[in-house]
Design a protein around this ligand. Sequence first.
Ligand code: ARG
Length: 463
Amino acid sequence: MKTNASWGGRFSEGPKEAVAAYTESVSYDKNLWQQDIRASKAHARMLARQGILTRSEGETLVEGLDSVAEEIRSGRFEWRPELEDVHMNIEARLTEIVGDVGKRLHTGRSRNDQVGLTFRLFVADCMTQWQDKLSQLVERITDMAQLHVNHILPGCTHLQPAQPISLAHHLLAYAWMFHRDYHRLADTMHRVRTSPLGAAALAGTTYPLDPVSVAEDVGFESIYQNSMDAVSDRDFVLEALFDADLVMTHLSRLCEELILWANPNFGYIRLSDGYSTGSSIMPQKKNPDVAELMRGRTGRVTGSLMGLLTVVKGLPLAYNRDLQEDKEGFMDASHTVVTSLSVMEGMLSEITFNTDRMEAACRKGFLNATEMADYLVSRGIPFRQAHHITGHAVALAEQKGCTLEELPLDELQKLDSHFDDEIYAVLDCHAAVRRRETPGGTGPKSVHDQLDSLRDWLGALKD
Ligand code: ARG
């Protein structure tokens, strides 16, 4: 192989074929072509503004980069693996189109700061897409919850029946997780949208660059403070991957519940045929494969995060080629997040809730035991003691094979003289839900407050 045109001056032969194949990144970093061209156009305009290139040279470069973009967009562009990466492929083609002035584009720049800016633009674009999908999912969940403020089901702790809750409240717990994910991304975004261009290879450069104007040109908020940090920092990818992983982790928890709820022993939901699969041997089966795959795919994103943390952990300053390993894991993670959020939104839109099953399930597991204890407290008994008396009532009901509300009053009065007829209204599960109006509680007023906040937020996003 001939030496690489960009850096081959001091080499008498090019890399061995296997080495070229081992080190190239264009097979996947070509996905960054739009961001690379955006960054290069900003760099060329700045060079011209600063008088480092003439105005007409600057214009030629910008127009040439637009032509390259057009070729790539239309599929006419020929990617050449021997040119290593997206940056050198685009620069080489630019020079073919505009002639020698193309060789001036890289003035005052290194691929180290170039790839930094390019990838930051890419990560920011992906994160914006994740945020769009997150807000659509929150809207879907909010719409669903609105219909189920008065439907109840057993709320669990330790996956054991605990207290009755409204279905809306249960669903909204996930809306808030995804709402937090959205804001976590917005926070990370400030650190992603920082331009490293101007750091050059590692030490800054002798040309009178204006890095702030480059940052403004690409729509970023700030620039680096230290050129060595600028070219070796991959915190922005790690943070984005963590945010992505948390989105997947939240999706995975929701998947786990959908899988449980679809099991006929729960029977709380029916997944639509379009979001289920069958078994090749058991004709009766309807499997929640979509939810299972999503739960499983969370592992890929965790893997990408762990992978990059491991890449970065022992690196000395400044740029090291190891950092090229930041891209594939991120791209895979981004694809996983975007497709999972869309598929979850679609799957939820076709779920049918069996609210009768949920209501019936509230009769099992003594979900209203806390109500009995609170009732005794209202009659002046200290909570610890009320807890103990109620425990006896539960044991008695268990022994008789009945519910707490099926225990006759005289039996209850044998346990404690404070019991009277009012206990039976207190034990009603709907009433139990209605009483829980503390902020963020499952009571209908609290749930409506949650719905209102989410609606306000979604409305503000659309404005
Ligand atoms: N393809 C490289 C990357 O993704 C670009 C930077 C290469 N710089 C260098 N000096 N080898 O990290």
